[in-house]
Design a protein around this ligand. Sequence first.
Ligand code: CS2
Length: 483
Amino acid sequence: MKQLSKTTLSELKPEIHAPLYGENAITSGIVHFGTGNFHRAHQAVYCDALLNQGETKWGITGVSMRSSDMRDKLVPQDFLYTQATLGDKTDYRIIGSIQNIYVAPENPRAVIDAVANSTTQLVTTTITEKGYCLTSGKVDLQNPLIQHDLESLESPQSTYGFLAAALIQRCAEQGAPVTILCCDNMHAGGEHLRDGVYLLLEQHDPDAIYWVSKNVAFSSSMVDRVTPATSEQLIQNVAEKLGLHDAAPVAAEPFTQWVIEDNFAGQRPPFDQVGAIFVDDISIFERIKLRFLNAGHSMLAGMGYLAGDQFIHEALERPTLAAFTEQALKNNALPVTRAPASMDVNDYIEQVFERFRNSNLPYAVLQVGSDSSQKIQQRWMPTIDDAIAVNGEYQYFAFALASWVHFIHKALNNNDLIDPLRNEFAQVQSSDLASRVRQYLELAGANRFVFYSNSDFMALVVRYHLIIDQVGIEKAIETTQIL
Ligand code: CS2
């Protein structure tokens, strides 16, 4: 079977959407760090739509921070790939917005030059929570990547390092203004990017700080589209649909949303022409997404894994887990979370659960459970502190933390755990369950939150943890009468 590429595009069946811009001169106005599946199903699709409207300056130069896998798969395809939308409706489209992908460790200079080039108007990131090298909510000076980049920016190892090196060069060349936009699932990602860059500028070129403060905007966005890892089944299905082999298709749900902080230096891509929205206050949108969609996702992932499920939609088919997660969000998170006045959060939660039930798009509990030590700091812990401060209604989140400790322990023992703190969890040898709860939670950054020193709350977490240990996850929900 022939492979998808610019030369075989003409052989596509008519029902497959293909780029309209063909050989038009596309320039890469965007450099993106983290060309994984989420980026390819979300931002790259918005950019593809812009290019199809003739906005030819918004092509993407991608940067892979570690692996050459995506680059190696897409080079033979001229960086074309299939984005499959799988839900009540299905749609297959060829995305052509990615123009190139650099593998940072192979060619750091090319990455620095790409960001420094004044053609680049926007730099975006989907480097996952761990890519921000945070501890206790701040850039971790002890992180090996940060330590390396504090020493030298010749071959940076952190995203901050590449940005700082490029901005020093852009400043020296008195380049055009540029915006750096976080597209990860976190609160105030733009501020973390700014803090990491300024830390390195102070070390390596303090004189550049003034220019950066006047010519660089650091912004945040809320991104939303459920996008699983690519399966062999998807590759086969896409080949049958296209009549061409695509080595790196990506599947996603029909729903997509992009809310972008309207804080740009230089040119702002007209993403509002293709469905994104610009807002002044991004924090309220980040908070809703993290505290309801992502919080519920992480609960279903950990409890589903403990119950023996492989996918999120299977966990939701368990009445006890579905009821627990819905009530956790409605009874603990909702009362302490400010939402836009026009928003019906109960309705939002229902819609999120409907999206999670999409069995056309199986989403592995272990994918959501990956990096959970980083994720729950954004998704659960601020809500718990707010609940302690406001109304003391935190039982569901206490139970969620208790189940998360069991998830980590079981996934570790099954060699299933994907987490930057995997080794640290493995070194916790305590057979005392209460001690394990405290040590695992401390590793996950709990000690910077109020709840960790709240004896009533922590006693409840331990109590639930012991019950789950004795009777299992679903029986524990019933036994504790938490519903
Ligand atoms: C998921 C998110 O894997 C995970 O952690 O919770 O990737 C989720 O699918 C997206 O935020 C949905 O927009």
